[in-house]
Design a protein around this ligand. Structure first.
Ligand SMILES: NC(=O)c1ccc[n+]([C@@H]2O[C@H](COP(=O)([O-])OP(=O)(O)OC[C@H]3O[C@@H](n4cnc5c(N)ncnc54)[C@H](OP(=O)(O)O)[C@@H]3O)[C@@H](O)[C@H]2O)c1
Length: 780
């Protein structure tokens, strides 16, 4: 596991060994010293101590200091088996780690089958002198000659000793020694903690002459083995001769290692508090007053919030880098933050996408604050320039990628030799989930994500935060509204900072922070289902399985329109309605912002493919009961408008048996419809034939559907009148002398249908419009 370097190690201004938090990483200790404690009394004035439920009071004293070798989490109290406890006084000169070393050598002795002399190599920087190894082997009458460098091993090999112990974690040294064998067979012993699996495979493959025995450290340190080994060690330590020799053995003082001693005088009745000693820092210790933090884009949006958070968190020097200098308002805000928190804020004008510019910025920082180590870099520089793929130009791509890709890499190059606590890349959920119109932005953020992993891989600090929608910076009101409709809610400042601090504290390579209304996300974005595996835990937690089943998926914002309902609408309204439905379906299927769609938007420009095409026609069928051919959707020239026309045509053909939904419901006219039909049939309209300026009294008027041409028929005192629809040039509803009239123009005549009942006129208009679409008809 990679553990970030703590500010303590770097700056030495506070102690990371804190005891009052349950957060943080646990560390395993293999060897501990301390005093015994009674089981019913878990708090004590002594610290590192053993707790044992069945203390053998005959064998152990509460006042004696003990050493144990037994792996357990670092804590003020540990429980260890009684066979694993040895009195510290047995070691004439005890140093931390000594018991563990002895245990390991005992295990090594046990593993060596042949009694022939051993050639041993111990890496110089292992913080071990090797004297203990030599002495233990000597005591047990096993000849061992120890070498501390590879060259001297070479000379020794000439004398023909080929049973070896190699205590090195340096693979190239290991291989050099094996190479020296020149193909001769050899038995080599080492520990599993020194050579990892892939190195082991490598050695076995490259040196088939080497029989490699790896002593498994986990097995050596398991309860059973320790239960057997430690009594042997104790018996050995009790030997007078051993004790006097150990007194003279050179005990190393660790140069590189740390001896960890816990705070004394912990008093708590809370068992958990006393038991957990995490190594992580407290949240309020994330930043140091002696350190310097660089915030790229720190004058606006997220950068500004982060700058304030670091200042509140105790950061000493804060440097904001952006292409512009602060304006007067920003300067006032900066002064206020400085006054409130006591930090110092410097602003530098530089472009991170240009190496010379940003390196000049770094040079300025170093010369202005030579005594402050740079401990954190927070990269939030970004610009957006959205466009759907066919309209995405190289220029737009370059513009958006520059601060994200070049900027990130420049920052990496300039900081790779620094010991940073944080190298945080502000990325977006766009690179995790995708977002139509943002291929450039998504790619730029994906580079940031990859860089975080790359840096971690080479042992440097690196973290990417994929932010969801934030109520600041790049997001305007329109985008916020759209994102909300897609299930992505904006995070407010306090929520952002909470997530930011949490991310630093827990320190994962990548973290997604956002507020998602997952139900809506899954409902309205069928695309989300493609990444269902990534969000599976969320689906499980929220029991959203039903929503992920496409059969059951229902789009919440649209209502299924019965064909009859659409037919009953005036032609203009129907057209608008269908156009709206088509736009919604296209926006959802292709996961684009509906506001970007127009009647002439080509479906191809939305990135429709055959999968999406199928989803599109299925949704059309679902919402308007019309089946449109896939080819009509996939055609290069298909637009929202052309699909709308296709659907309208189908709706109008419904009476000729082309309507797709042949539900019983459809065959049976609704009560309302029947009532309306009856009303028209029985209505006595006053019919005025304007050309002749003659007023007749109508007693029946109806539209003859079914056979072409459709006809409008009515009866007057003069007899039956019929106009074929093909003769009609215009239909309008107008206000005339306080009443509403329906005016039907033919090439030669104008008929005006008047009724005192407004509803009847409207019904007549509806019936006419359903059967006849006038290109220029207008409704008052
Ligand atoms: N707002 C959101 O909802 C949201 C969501 C997800 C992720 N994010 C991420 O959060 C970060 C910050 O976004 P924001 O919303 O706070 O945007 P913002 O307010 O526009 O901040 C961007 C900052 O970057 C600076 N900048 C741009 N190009 C630069 C360059 N080449 N060199 C130096 N500075 C440069 C800008 O200042 P100048 O123009 O003066 O240079 C500006 O101060 C971005 O990485 C963005 O991708 C934001």
């Amino acid at each position: 596991m990679w553990i970030s370097k703590t500010t303590t190690q770097a700056i030495c201004d506070f102690n990371p060994w804190i005891f009052h938090t349950r957060d943080g990483h646990q560390i395993i200790t293999s060897e501990t010293t301390g005093f015994l404690e009674q089981s019913d009394n878990l708090y004590t004035e002594s610290t590192t101590c053993f707790h044992k439920s069945r203390v053998d009071t005959q064998r152990f004293s509460r006042f004696e200091e003990y050493v144990t070798c037994f792996p357990c989490s670092a804590s003020n109290f540990i429980c260890v088996p009684d066979q694993c406890i040895l009195e510290k006084k047995l070691f004439t000169t005890y140093r931390p780690g000594m018991l563990l070393e002895i245990v390991m050598y005992f295990a090594l002795l046990e593993a060596i089958k042949e009694n022939s002399p051993l050639l041993a190599f111990m890496e110089q920087d292992m913080s071990l002198t090797g004297h203990l190894l030599e002495y233990i082997f000597q005591h047990f009458k096993h000849k061992l000659i120890l070498h501390r460098n590879v060259e001297s091993m070479k000379t020794a090999m000439k004398s023909g000793r080929y049973q070896m112990v190699l205590l090195t974690n340096n693979l190239s040294n290991f291989k050099d020694i094996c190479n020296m064998l020149g193909g001769l067979d050899a038995q080599v012993y080492t520990f599993s903690s020194l050579i990892n699996k892939s190195s082991e495979r490598n050695i076995r493959h490259q040196f088939p002459n080497v029989s490699l025995t790896q002593i498994n450290c986990d097995q050596v340190l398991c309860k059973e083995m320790l239960g057997k080994t430690l009594p042997k060690v104790k018996r050995w330590l009790l030997l007078r001769q051993v004790r006097s020799t150990l007194r003279d053995i050179d005990v190393p003082v660790y140069q590189n290692g740390h001896v960890i001693s816990f705070e004394k005088n912990i008093k708590s009745t809370d068992e958990l508090v006393a038991q957990n000693i995490p190594v992580a820092r407290l949240k309020h210790q994330l930043f140091s007053k002696h350190a310097l933090y660089i915030i790229i884009g720190g004058l606006t949006g997220l950068g500004w919030e982060i700058l304030k958070a670091i200042s509140k968190g105790g950061g000493g020097i804060l440097v904001s880098i952006s292409r512009r200098s602060p304006n007067d308002i920003q300067r006032d805000d900066i002064n206020e933050v400085e006054k409130e928190s006591g930090c110092r804020i410097k602003t530098i004008k530089a472009d991170i996408s240009v190496f010379s510019s940003i390196s000049e910025g770094f040079a300025q920082i170093k010369s202005s604050f030579p005594d402050h180590a740079i401990k954190g870099i927070f990269h939030g520089a970004a610009v957006v320039d959205d466009a759907l793929l066919p309209d995405m130009t190289e220029e737009k791509f370059d513009k958006v990628l520059r601060p994200k890709v070049m900027g990130t890499w420049n920052l990496h190059l300039l900081s790779k030799d620094l010991t940073l606590d944080y190298f945080v890349l502000h990325s977006s959920i766009t690179s995790a989930f995708g977002n139509a119109g943002q291929t450039n932005y998504g790619a730029g953020n994906a580079f940031k994500d990859a860089t975080a992993f790359f840096r971690r891989g080479i042992g440097l600090a690196g973290q990417t935060i994929n932010w969801g929608a934030l109520k600041l910076g790049l997001i305007d009101e329109k985008t916020e509204k759209h994102l909300k409709s897609q299930g992505f809610l904006t995070m407010k400042e306090n929520e952002i900072i909470q997530c930011f601090l949490y991310s630093l504290f827990v320190d994962p390579e990548q973290i997604i922070c956002g507020i998602m209304d997952w139900k809506t996300v899954i409902k309205v974005s069928p695309d989300m289902l493609h990444i269902a595996s990534r969000i599976q835990p969320i689906i499980d937690d929220l029991h959203l399985h039903d929503l992920t089943n496409p059969k059951k998926n229902k789009t919440g914002f649209m209502q299924v329109m019965e064909t009859e309902e659409l037919q009953n609408l005036p032609s203009n309204e129907r057209k608008i309605k269908v156009e709206k439905i088509v736009s919604h379906i296209a926006a959802d299927t292709c996961a684009v912002d509906i506001t970007m769609l127009k009647v002439d938007t080509r479906l191809a420009s939305l990135g429709i493919d055959s999968m999406k095409g199928m989803a599109f026609i299925n949704n059309v069928y679902k919402y308007v009961s019309c089946k449109i051919p896939i080819l009509a959707v996939m055609e290069e020239e298909s637009t929202i408008g052309s699909i709308t026309t296709l659907i309208l045509e189908q709706i109008l053909k419904c009476n000729d048996g082309e309507r797709v939904r042949k539900s019983k419901k459809r065959n049976k006219k609704s009560d309302k419809q029947r009532k309306a039909d009856k009303l028209i049939e029985e209505t006595r309209f006053q019919v005025v034939t304007e050309t002749e300026n003659k007023t007749d009294i109508a007693f029946k008027i109806r539209i003859l559907n079914g056979k072409e041409p459709k006809r409008l028929q009515w009866q007057t005192n003069d007899g039956e009148n019929i106009i074929d629809f093909s003769e009609i040039t215009n239909i309008q509803m107008k206000g005339k002398s306080g009443t509403k009239v329906l005016q039907v123009d033919t090439k030669n005549e104008r008929y005006v249908f008047k009724s005192s009942d407004m509803e009847e006129v409207v019904q007549l208009l509806k019936q006419l419009e359903e059967n006849f679409i006038m290109p220029n008809s207008t409704n008052l």
